[in-house]
Unconditional design. Structure first.
Length: 140
């Protein structure tokens, strides 16, 4: 009984579209809300590149489905309907190991730039400096 509940809580049960890939999960503490975000492998030979669009302040955590490592100072959050947003870290962020997934710790059901941080499973953290919407563009 406890194992299926833990799997559901931490997003280990796959979604209908991505049955083999874990989904984000939420754990509510006394003061904080913690989201476990699985990192998905970067697609090899992708025909789409993601270009930065509008900048904005916060992302609803209920919309986060996963993440893709996009560079040393940012991570792309995967949202419904194949949308993406890029969370860029401040300049003081060390190179963290996000390959096994990461945690978002927030005060409410939103992750906000200049307020919230990304935490690696190894214990390090990086403050989110800004968010950008990403726009898909076909590669030639």
């Amino acid at each position: 009984m406890l194992v299926p509940l833990m799997a559901l809580m931490f997003g280990l049960a796959g979604s209908h579209a991505d049955q083999d890939l874990p989904t984000a999960g939420r754990l509510i503490g006394e003061r904080d809300v913690i989201f476990r975000v699985p990192v998905r492998p970067r697609p090899v030979g992708a025909r789409i590149e993601w270009v930065k669009g509008d900048r904005f302040k916060c992302v609803n955590t209920s919309a986060i489905r996963g993440a893709v490592l996009a560079g040393p100072d940012h991570v792309d959050l995967l949202l419904p309907h194949r949308q993406r947003v890029r969370a860029s870290f401040d300049g003081k962020c060390p190179a963290l190991d996000f390959y096994g997934g990461f945690y978002l710790k927030t005060e409410d059901d939103r992750v906000c730039a200049r307020r919230d941080s990304v935490h690696s499973r190894m214990g390090g953290s990086c403050e989110i400096e800004k968010f950008h919407r990403l726009v898909p563009k076909l590669r030639h």
